[in-house]
Design a protein around this ligand. Structure first.
Ligand SMILES: [Zn+2]
Length: 175
């Protein structure tokens, strides 16, 4: 039976600006949350999703950057912590399921190590580079109330947030 999907929180929304709480132990409830988040992410053709984006203020993220023509390679991470980041930076375009149709270049460390608890509550450490490193950093930002636009200049951020606020207003009028 497919897992139910959860509605996405769209910016601007105060729920996306909060600090999420540590999970501590991955139990059946957290596992279900991880699976529902993956289902929601795949349905929206995203490559990462953080729990605050489905209205849950817990430190849980899911990521799958595998190409569409290859088997899925999902990561389910609770309480992820970046334990090392390269001095080398890389700039690449980012988008976000909570900021529909908005894209901008963001600069981040090129490689990271991340420690987390997996769906079996085992502690794991992962070295990541490329798209995976970028995506994990973007999702962990969400757990601290940081959106990719917060890495941009005030001017660029303002333009994107005003577009989103306008789109939201139009949607509420149409509904
Ligand atoms: Zn995002």
């Amino acid at each position: 039976m497919p897992m139910p999907k959860r509605p996405l929180v769209i910016a601007p929304d105060p729920g996306l600006k909060q600090q999420a709480a540590a999970v501590g132990r991955v139990d059946a409830d957290v596992r279900r949350l991880m699976d529902e988040m993956l289902e929601t992410m795949y349905a929206a053709t995203g490559i990462g999703l953080a729990a605050p984006q489905v209205g849950v203020l817990k430190r849980v993220i899911v990521v799958d950057v595998s190409p569409a023509n290859l088997p899925a390679q999902p990561y389910r991470m609770a309480d992820p912590v970046i334990t090392w980041a390269s001095a080398e930076l890389v700039t690449g375009e980012e988008g976000c399921l909570s900021l529909p149709e908005q894209y901008a270049d963001v600069t981040r460390p090129a490689r990271i190590s991340v420690r987390y608890r997996d769906e079996a509550d085992a502690e794991r450490e992962l070295d990541a580079d490329g798209l995976l490193a970028k995506c994990i950093q973007h999702e962990i930002d969400h757990l601290d109330g940081i959106l990719f636009v917060d890495h941009l200049s005030t001017l660029k951020r303002g333009i994107i947030l005003r577009k989103l606020a306008k789109a939201k207003k139009l949607a509420s009028v149409a509904a």
